[in-house]
Design a protein around this ligand. Structure first.
Ligand code: ZN
Ligand code: ZN
Ligand code: ZN
Length: 1011
């Protein structure tokens, strides 16, 4: 800092300098200013007293000093301390002052010691040039520092910010000494010769609080002038409270408002500001403004040159004239009527760390006029804005609510070509056409942005009672507004309408409770909309149609009466990270050739489907969370298409994805789970390519395919459902390839009623029931599947079904390999059927399959059993190494044998047991049904349900009335102990289980129509 010329001549404590003194006991006592009357500068100058600074009760140092405990409370010693205030003169000296930071223990201390010159903020306004009263010699500037936080917000003025310790050396500072320890002022010999004039007294001896009081009567220009007198004056003239009152008298805001760049205004809390005096800085930045303040323009003060007008129009006219004049003369000043005595610019230099000169962004660089609109209702103002005008509301409290611009017949505010950096902010805009008016208002709006303009609309409340059109209309090529923090609500029409190639950025707006859509986008308009809150509309939330485009990010869209987001007729929006929820119909509705990219949205809790796609629409739905819908997750119908990829779809009341009526989407890599209905439901000629999804834990079928549908499902994982894995019924077709289907409560795959799918290369395992169930006329080709570890039959063919099974591996079943019952047919070719607990192939009850070139081996019971009036055609099968026997035929069964079947190396343990005199029960227990001769004993049981093995008949029922029934599958009731006699061969009684096998019919899920 070039501050040497202001170094102090005083000599005391010069050993403590440059921050070396950390002794807290050396603190100065700050002066007390408790009872200084402060004028209210909001009115004409006069000695009115601000109550806020006269309350002695608030002088408690524990509150006022806060974190600066080294400054004692001196409320009772103000007069004593005032005479010894550390003040400095402009007397030159090579000495620097002792420095001290005991009162400011950290970098944050600049908020504690307001006039600590050493703590100059880099953001300080270092030049008074903005007010036109700069002294060019003031190369060193001083920043006073506001107290922070609660200290500043307090108006009690009991604070240490009335302690004016000034220093000419920016690196030096005085200690705060208690009064009794403070050395008396001693002047050097050169000073003692100075005349103790009035000026001297004023400059050096006048107590700070008195000076402060005097200064409080000054306006901004004079304040800046006196700050040029000396360092002490400068410090005191920078008092935060002084400037706060000045600022609020002119601008009325509760907080400092900053204008860091054109079209950008920010309110900041004082404690969040980096400016040493936020009020003064704000004052400075806004000073170029002119004011619309009705009944105020006659009040002119000395020391102030601010223009006031009664109407917006008058202010506009004035601004236009002045701008025109400036353009002609290339005058360097656009100060709002402010004289600028030394010709320097009105600096709005506010960038942190910027140089102290005013070469930075001067007003000249921010063209356009700044107009403050003070509280009031402004009707009939004609606001067609075609220049870079800045119009901002000015009021305490909620600013926007206090300023109302209202019109009844034409658009309230219109921006047209030329309004490039125009700004309108912090006010209410109303369009209120009379209900009885016959004038059509559909071409009029509350806010209208036309071609080739890019205004900023900020923090406005926008209301329209027109029942047609929209509240806000942005239309035409080059319409590119920035609309932010606006509240567009309760309008009797559309909230925001963007059309005809318009663009613009729309952020943080509240758009709610409008009678029509919250937002319309059409005809190649392409807005950027971020973080808007669009809710409780009486129509759709956002409606893009007729080739509307746009980018929509992080909007919260909810509780709209129709869909949250609608896309129609060639519209192609991008919707990212939005939350679309609690709609009274669906979440996203894409129809009539709609497109769009929907990425990473959260779509939930809607009354209808989360996403609807229909009528040749083809959107991309990626990485969304689609959950808790009151109906389905994604619903594609009426020739809908779409790419549905990487979504997490769960907890919906109906199907996670529903594909219907010749729709043909691509569904990939989704997780579809925990639905209260099925996972994927394809019906009414639905199609679709469904790949690599994980479908699990759904209440009904994982995938349902029905009524002429032909989807292709590849490489999906379908598991852990509470019913069937994949369910084909009522002419459900399609391809099921390379899927993992496991751990279902019902069958892994179920085919019925005319369904004829191709099922190839799947793994079907771990079911609590069968692997595949084909029944009620089901068809299908099952090729090269692995079917294993199911609790019941690997494949069950029943009731007039006729599937083809080729080259499947059916193994490790906890029951039979393939069971064919009740008139089942089927062609079984080249399958390997092995290691199953029951028969490799069991053919029963009027069934008649064809078995060709199968290998049936290593079974834990028989290889092939045929019983109950069934038959079979057997060609070139190999049946070997099975425990009970190879081919076991019940009485009367006569299969058609063509070609040589090889039946070998079977263990025939049934025959061995009988030969050894054992009861058959010993090898079967009640869990399997060896085939052998069975008898009935009329003596022991007259029903036809008992079956007794030949050895028990011989031994246990010797002499009884017995009858040979036939050769068939049974277990011995005598050995099982279910008869009245005691079995001599087996003995141990067990429960009646003779119907176990047949009674465990496969569970068949029912269809549940829902749409
Ligand atoms: Zn027996
Ligand atoms: Zn008997
Ligand atoms: Zn017996």
């Amino acid at each position: 800092m070039p501050s040497a010329s202001f170094s102090s001549s005083r000599t005391f404590r010069r050993s403590k300098r440059k921050g070396s003194n950390r002794n807290n006991s050396d603190a100065y006592e700050p002066p007390n200013c408790q009872n200084i009357p402060a004028p209210s500068v909001g009115t004409a100058p006069g000695p009115s007293v601000a109550n806020s600074s006269t309350n002695p009760d608030t002088s408690n140092p524990t509150t006022s000093n806060g974190s600066n405990p080294t400054i004692p409370n001196t409320s009772s010693a103000s007069t004593a301390s005032s005479s010894v205030l550390a003040t400095t003169t402009s007397v030159s000296s090579s000495e620097t002052l002792p420095s001290n930071s005991s009162g400011c223990s950290s970098s944050a201390s600049c908020h504690h010691s307001p006039y600590d010159l050493r703590k100059k903020s880099p953001m300080a306004c270092n030049s008074e040039n903005w007010l036109g009263c700069a002294g060019t010699s003031t190369s060193t500037t001083t920043s006073s520092t506001c107290t922070s936080g609660s200290q500043q917000s307090s108006t009690t003025s009991s604070h240490n910010h009335h302690h004016y310790s000034t220093s000419s050396n920016s690196n030096a500072n005085y200690d705060y000494l208690p009064a009794r320890k403070r050395p008396r002022r001693t002047y050097s010999s050169t000073e003692t010769s100075t005349t103790m004039s009035a000026a001297h007294y004023l400059q050096y001896e006048m107590p700070d609080e008195v000076l402060l009081t005097i200064f409080s009567y000054l306006m901004e220009q004079d304040l800046c002038r006196v700050s040029l007198v000396c360092k002490r004056f400068q410090t005191i003239a920078n008092d935060c409270e002084l400037w706060k009152r000045l600022y609020q008298s002119v601008y009325e805001y509760d907080l400092p408002l900053f204008n860091p760049e054109p079209c950008k205004f920010l309110f900041m809390k004082v404690e969040d500001c980096e400016f040493s005096n936020p009020w003064k800085e704000s004052f400075r930045q806004l000073y170029r403004g002119i004011h619309v303040r009705p009944n105020y323009q006659d009040r002119k003060y000395q020391g102030r040159n601010i223009s006031y007008f009664n109407t917006v129009q008058a202010a506009f006219d004035y601004a236009d004239e002045r701008n025109a004049a400036n353009n002609i003369a290339s005058a360097p000043q656009i100060g709002a009527g402010m004289s600028n005595v030394n010709g320097s610019n009105l600096s709005v230099n506010i960038s942190p760390g910027s140089p102290t000169n005013d070469d930075n962004m001067s007003v000249l660089d921010s063209p356009g006029s700044l107009i403050f609109l003070h509280a009031g209702i402004y009707r009939g103002e004609f606001l067609v804005i075609d220049s870079d005008i800045t119009l901002i509301g000015a009021a305490p409290g909620n600013v926007a609510e206090s300023i109302v611009l209202e019109r009844e017949s034409e658009s309230t505010v219109m921006f047209v070509e030329g309004a490039k950096n125009a700004y309108i902010g912090h006010m209410t805009l109303k369009f209120s056409p009379e209900i009885t008016s016959t004038v059509p208002h559909h071409k009029h709006y509350c806010l209208e942005v036309g071609e080739n303009c890019s205004p900023t609309i900020d923090h406005c409340i926008i209301r329209s009672t027109s029942v047609v059109g929209a509240a806000v209309c942005v239309n035409g090529v080059g319409a590119n507004p920035y609309i932010k923090f606006c509240d567009i609500s309760d309008c009797e029409n559309v909230g925001l309408y963007v059309t005809d190639y318009a663009q613009g950025t729309y952020e943080h707006n509240e758009i709610s409770r409008n009678a029509l859509a919250g937002i319309w986008v059409k005809n190649f308009a392409s807005p950027i909309m971020r973080e808007n809150h669009i809710h409780h509309g009486r129509d759709v939330g956002i409606f893009t149609f007729d080739n509307g485009m746009g980018y929509f990010e992080k909007n919260d869209i909810h509780n709209n009466r129709i869909a949250g987001f609608e896309v129609k007729a060639g519209a192609n929006p991008t919707v990212v990270k939005c939350e679309i929820h609690h709609g009274q119909t669906g979440g996203i509705y894409v129809h009539e050739n709609g497109l769009g990219q929907f990425i990473e949205n959260r779509i939930h809790s809607n009354n209808f489907a989360g996403v609807w796609i229909t009528s040749n629409s083809n959107p991309t739905i990626r990485k969304n969370e689609i959950y808790n819908g009151h109906q389905g997750g994604v619903y594609i119908f009426g020739e809908g298409r779409g790419l549905i990829e990487h979504n997490n779809i769960y907890g919906n009341a109906l199907a996670g994805i529903q594909i219907r009526t010749t729709s043909d989407p691509i569904v990939r890599h989704n997780k579809i789970h925990h639905g209260q209905h099925g996972g994927i439901y394809v019906h009414e000629k639905g199609q679709g390519l469904i790949e690599e999804n994980e479908v699990y834990a759904n209440t009904l079928a994982g995938v349902w395919i029905t009524t002429g549908s032909t989807p292709v499902l590849r490489r999906n994982r379908i598991h852990s459902g509470k019913q069937v894995g994949v369910y084909f019924y009522d002419n459900g077709h399609g391809k099921l390839e390379d899927n993992d289907i496991f751990n279902h409560l019902y069958s892994g795959v179920q085919i019925r009623t005319g369904s004829n799918p191709i099922i190839r290369g799947n793994k079907i395992w771990g079911g609590q029931n069968g692997g595949v169930l084909v029944y009620n006329g089901g068809l299908g080709v099952l090729e090269q599947n692995e079917i294993f570890d199911n609790a019941m039959a690997g494949v069950w063919i029943k009731t007039d079904s006729n599937p083809t099974l080729k080259r499947n591996k059916i193994y490790d079943g906890r029951d039979g390999g393939i069971c064919i019952f009740n008139g089942g047919k089927g062609v079984l070719e080249e399958n390997d059927i092995f290691r199953n607990t029951q028969a490799g192939v069991l053919i029963s009850t009027q069934s008649h399959p064809v078995l060709r070139r199968n290998r049936i081996f290593d079974g834990l019971a028989a290889g092939v059993e045929i019983t109950n009036n069934a038959t079979a055609t057997l060609e070139y099968n190999q049946i070997f190494n099975n425990k009970f026997g190879g081919l076991c035929l019940a009485s009367g069964v006569q299969p058609i044998i063509r070609g040589a079947n090889k039946i070998f190396n079977n263990h025939d343990e049934v025959e061995k047991a009988v030969s050894g005199g054992q009861c058959l029960y010993k090898i079967s227990s009640y869990t399997s049904f060896p085939m052998h001769d069975f008898y009935r004993c009329h003596t022991c049981n007259t029903t036809d349900r008992n079956a007794i093995c030949v050895n028990c008949i011989k031994i246990c029922h010797q002499g009884h009335d017995v009858e040979f029934i036939r050769h068939d599958r049974f277990f011995c009731d005598c050995g099982a102990g279910t008869l009245s006699n005691q079995c001599s061969l087996q003995g141990e009684p067990t429960q009646d289980t003779d119907t176990l096998y047949d009674s465990a019919a496969p569970m068949e899920s029912q269809t549940k129509e829902n749409w």
